[in-house]
Design a protein around this ligand. Structure first.
Ligand SMILES: Nc1nc2c(c(=O)[nH]1)N[C@H]1C(S)=C(S)[C@@H](COP(=O)(O)OP(=O)(O)OC[C@H]3O[C@@H](n4cnc5c(=O)[nH]c(N)nc54)[C@H](O)[C@@H]3O)O[C@H]1N2
Ligand SMILES: Nc1nc2c(c(=O)[nH]1)N[C@H]1C(S)=C(S)[C@@H](COP(=O)(O)OP(=O)(O)OC[C@H]3O[C@@H](n4cnc5c(=O)[nH]c(N)nc54)[C@H](O)[C@@H]3O)O[C@H]1N2
Ligand code: SF4
Ligand SMILES: [Mo]
Length: 691
């Protein structure tokens, strides 16, 4: 955990907290002790089995973030108008007293469900993300359900397989065909790329399927560029070819799936020609993809999150998970389907012991959809479950004004005079500017916690390397302070961090984890999670036809549908992508730091040359991109990365970095996905014209 060196420095083990699949191990070199200890270096831990000493262009400069002169280091009270960004420093007792007074007033008048916690994964360590649930349960606040990220991918996969589980992505080392479907590995999951490169050295072919020619697409053996949101049609045509050409592993299918005959009849009409018309791909390419998939073993499909951000996002994952069953890919080591491995880590986590739903004491509190923040805060009765307004929101580890869809609506909500807003963050983000009270948050090197990964099987220890800067507190301490201020006495609200971690990880030897820095969660030794062909569905088999889904009002068989947003195409003819794009950014973090934002330039809109010409737009000229939700002015970048009819605006820039103060999400669709509670960011139609 901490090793002294001759020069008087110590080395402290830690784990990156970012919402990134790689959860890298790091070493912090610290000079001095106690409150004045200084972190002088932060580097990758060479012994970490997954990240192997490498970090990334974001976190290699993490100490600049920790010691940034722009850190919020003290509680602050708003003195200017909401959004203006003028605050005065106050003490912690003043801040807590004001919050408790407002909360008690709101509870007396409107009930505790008028208070909403809004927490995302800005820090995905266990205590950071979940300890606070204890406080909110005890208070009886509204619960926030669904997620900006991941829930839909998991729910869609689980429909077919009964679980969101797949293979450990590191097993791609054994694959001969790797299809990277809707994932930008080289940018978003960079430590998996060496595994894929290794497989390639052993003869594997790498196919990328993405509506955007990403840096990962540039490195593929073969790149297929369907129109956004049309993949299910491609998958159905692949099934058509697999069945037509007898490339299905019939014995495996007969033994381990239900509904094959229904599926076969259903995809009979999904000829490659029909799918070509929907996806914009060539018939020959669809035939070739299906044939590769039906003939090369072991075949793995790797996907992550991006493709869930559509109205029919769960159907994408539901349909995709049918493919490995058809070719019997699960029987091979290095075959099957790899997505988030969070499901494996969650098996060692006692979620209830950490979050304590028993503190609800029998109450059923209302559920509000995370995705609908704008609708909730602007009082849309459909978004409010029982219709009664939200009067206070406490936001943690999320920069909603940059990351949530339809930000103009979120802004309108946050501008409400009668809304009491508290933001706990490290910086005065676009969101914090709307707060009544801003509270200072620690960075990962200032608090001890444990990180479970969704990209690999190692749980990482994170030891605090330095004292909290200024008056910053970590998320668990924040909730302990809120509990004291509210006058609560329930002991579980005050557990210290180590006690809560012990409760959360009952089967893990925490002292050993602390000493070693990481521990691997259980996973089958032969690398084949479904080697026995048994799946945790109600039938015990892969559900090609899923009757429980039909009971939810969704088609029982994999089905292609167009999103409701398509109806706007006559007025807003371009499909908009708003991708993660810059190697120096991680979501909404970093674009504001001097060694990150300026080196990535500034935001732009990518247009295909044919479209630019038709619109009379040239490289560098200012374009207006708009729809009924909002409008953003951006310089044009002519690009071969998008097809004609598709435009792209990089996401992650803050309002101050956009000339007109609007951001990529000012345009995006806040429709909830078909199931799973995610968001259709990438079913967004826009118009483009010279500004
Ligand atoms: N450098 C860096 N790394 C990151 C992040 C970051 O911001 N920067 N963010 C982290 C987070 S929070 C997450 S969730 C992960 C996400 O990791 P990924 O899922 O790999 O990344 P995304 O960029 O969200 O989406 C992947 C791809 O999906 C594509 N896509 C969109 N719609 C469709 C579609 O209809 N069909 C197909 N086939 N593809 C589609 C997009 O064009 C994009 O290239 O990355 C994490 N890692
Ligand atoms: N248009 C578009 N929108 C998207 C996406 C996209 O691809 N395109 N991706 C979506 C996805 S997948 C995701 S996950 C979301 C992510 O969106 P955000 O949640 O906004 O992303 P982050 O930048 O990871 O973290 C948010 C904040 O957490 C703060 N933070 C970090 N550590 C701590 C801590 O310990 N305590 C507290 N209180 N705060 C902390 C950071 O300073 C940062 O301001 O955005 C979504 N929005
Ligand atoms: S952001 Fe991702 S790649 Fe970078 S150090 Fe953290 S876990 Fe590793
Ligand atoms: Mo995410």
């Amino acid at each position: 955990m901490s090793a002294p060196a001759i020069d008087g420095t110590r080395t402290v083990h830690g784990t990156c907290h970012h919402d990134c699949p790689d959860s890298c191990g790091w070493h912090v070199t610290v000079q001095g002790d106690g409150p004045t200890a200084q972190a002088v270096q932060l580097r990758g831990n060479p012994d970490h089995p997954y990240s192997k000493g490498d970090l990334c262009p974001k976190v290699n400069r993490f100490l600049d973030r920790v010691y940034s002169p722009d850190r919020v280091l003290h509680p602050m009270r708003r003195v200017g108008a909401k959004g203006e960004g003028r605050f005065e420093q106050i003490t912690w007792p003043e801040a807590l007293d004001e919050i408790a007074t407002r909360f008690h007033g709101i509870i007396a008048e409107h009930g505790a469900e008028a208070i909403m916690p809004y927490v995302s994964a800005g820090n995905q360590s266990l205590l950071s993300i979940m300890f606070g649930d204890r406080f909110w349960h005890h208070l009886g606040a509204s619960r926030v359900v669904g997620a900006l990220c991941g829930a839909t991918a998991g729910a869609g996969s689980a429909t077919t397989n009964g679980t969101g589980k797949g293979i450990d992505p590191s097993e791609l080392a054994h694959s001969k065909l790797i299809i990277l479907w809707g994932t930008n590995t080289r940018l978003t999951n960079r430590h998996l790329w060496p595994v894929i490169d290794g497989a390639r050295a052993n003869g594997a072919q790498v196919v990328v399927i993405d509506p955007l020619r990403t840096i990962t697409a540039d490195s593929a053996d073969w790149f297929l560029q369907p129109l956004p949101g049309t993949d299910v049609a491609l998958m159905l045509a692949m099934m058509h070819v697999l069945i037509r050409d007898q490339l299905v592993d019939q014995p495996w299918v007969d033994a381990h799936t239900v509904g094959f005959a229904d599926l076969a009849a259903h995809v009979a009409e999904w000829t490659p020609a029909r799918a070509a018309a929907v996806t914009g791909l060539a018939v020959d390419d669809i035939e070739r993809l299906a044939t590769l998939y039906g003939t090369i073993r072991p075949a793995a499909i790797r996907t992550l999150i991006g493709a869930e951000h559509h109205e029919h996002g769960a159907m994408f994952f539901r349909t995709l998970t049918c493919l490995p069953a058809l070719v019997g890919a699960w029987r091979d080591r290095g075959g099957g389907y790899a997505r988030s491995v969070g499901v494996w880590s969650n098996e060692v986590l006692d979620h209830g012991a950490l979050t304590r739903p028993d503190l609800l004491a029998g109450r059923t509190t209302r559920a509000l959809d995370m995705v609908h923040l704008g609708r909730i805060l602007t009082g849309d009765p459909d978004a409010l479950a029982d219709g009664s307004p939200v009067k206070a929101v406490v936001m943690l580890a999320v920069n909603a004004m940059v990351s949530v869809p339809n930000t103009a609506l979120v802004r309108q909500g946050l501008l409400r005079d009668d809304l009491f807003t508290v933001v706990h963050d490290q910086f005065l983000t676009d969101t914090a500017r709307y707060a009544d009270i801003v509270l200072p948050a620690t960075t990962q090197i200032e608090a001890t916690d444990v990180v479970t990964s969704w990209g690999h099987l190692y749980i990482g220890w994170n030891e605090a390397a330095i004292a909290p800067q200024g008056e910053a507190v970590n998320n668990s301490e924040l909730h302990r302070r809120l509990a004291t201020a509210m006058g609560f006495t329930e002991p579980a609200l005050f557990h210290d961090d180590l006690t809560a971690l012990r409760d959360a990880l009952p089967t893990i030897d925490l002292e050993q984890l602390r000493a070693d820095g990481f521990v691997r969660v259980p996973y089958p030794d032969d690398g084949r999670p479904f080697a026995d062909g048994v799946f945790p569905t109600s039938s015990g088999k892969v559900e090609l036809r899923c009757d429980t889904l039909a009971a939810l009002g969704q088609p029982a068989l994999p089905t292609y549908s167009t999103p409701a947003e398509a109806a706007f195409a006559p007025r807003f003819p371009f499909a908009l992508l708003t991708p993660k794009q810059h190697t120096r950014f991680l979501n909404s973090s970093y674009s504001h730091l001097p060694k990150h934002g300026p080196l990535e330039g500034s935001p732009f809109v990518e247009l295909h040359a044919t479209d630019a010409e038709a619109l009379g737009l040239a490289e560098g000229q200012c374009a207006r991109v708009w729809n009924d939700r909002g409008s953003v002015e951006l310089p044009v970048r002519l690009s071969e990365r998008v097809r004609s009819g598709v435009v792209a605006v990089p996401w992650g820039w803050w309002s101050s970095q956009h000339a007109d103060g609007n951001v990529a999400n000012s345009l995006t669709n806040d429709t909830i996905t078909d199931w799973g509670g995610g968001v259709a960011f990438w079913d967004t139609q826009v118009a483009v014209a010279p500004a």
